[in-house]
Write a protein of this length. Structure first.
Length: 170
C-alpha cells in the first residue's frame, strides 16, 4: 500500500512539473475512483471459512537474548550497508534464497550468543518472518495482507549447528 501511495505521489508531482510520464494504468492517479478490490479485507475473503484452529498459532516460548536495554524507552534500529550482489551470490553459494540466507544468519548469530554466554539452552531459536500474501493469493488490496512463518530451530545441549544446518531447516 505504501509503495502504491509513493508511486501515485511521484506521478502527480511529475504531472505538476509538466513532465511526460508514461502510465500503463499500474499507477493509481490522485483523481481516480478507488476500486473495490483495493479496499477489500483479504483476510476475510481468504480466511473467513477456516476452522478457528488455523487462525492462531501459538509457538513454544523462544530463547531470548539477555542484555542491556536502550537508554531511551522504545525500540532501536541498527542500520548497515552491504553489497546486494555479494549477498545474492552468497545465498546462491548455499543454494538458497536471500531471505533464507539472512534468516539463517540471524539464527546462527543467536546460536553463537547462546553458546558463548549461556549455560542452559532449553528453548528454541525462533525467527518470525512476515510473508506478503498478495503474491500467493489473488488480492489487489492496498491494506496490510501479511501472514507470518515461524522458523524454529530446537537446540539440544552440546549440539554443534552450522550455518548450513540452519539453512536446511528453513
Amino acid at each position: 500500500g505504501t509503495l502504491e501511495l509513493l508511486k501515485s505521489i511521484l506521478y502527480r508531482y511529475f504531472q505538476l512539473l509538466e513532465k511526460d510520464i508514461k502510465n500503463d494504468d499500474n499507477i493509481i492517479k490522485y483523481d481516480s475512483n478507488v476500486g473495490s478490490l483495493e479496499l477489500e479485507d483479504s483476510f476475510n475473503k481468504h480466511y473467513r471459512n477456516l476452522p478457528k484452529s488455523y487462525h492462531r498459532y501459538k509457538p513454544e516460548k523462544a530463547y531470548k537474548i539477555k542484555g542491556d536495554e536502550f537508554f531511551v524507552p522504545g525500540n532501536g534500529v541498527i542500520i548497515g550497508k552491504l553489497n546486494s550482489k555479494t549477498l545474492y551470490e552468497l545465498s546462491k553459494k548455499y543454494n538458497c534464497t536471500v531471505t533464507q540466507y539472512l534468516s539463517a544468519l540471524i539464527m546462527e548469530s543467536v546460536y553463537t550468543y547462546m553458546i558463548n554466554y549461556q549455560t542452559k539452552n532449553d528453548k528454541p531459536i525462533t525467527v518470525v518472518l512476515p510473508v506478503n500474501m498478495r503474491k500467493y493469493l489473488e488480492s489487489e488490496t492496498l491494506r496490510n495482507f501479511s501472514l507470518y512463518i515461524y522458523l524454529v530451530q530446537k537446540i539440544k545441549d552440546k549440539d554443534e549447528i552450522k550455518l548450513e544446518d540452519f539453512i536446511n531447516s528453513i
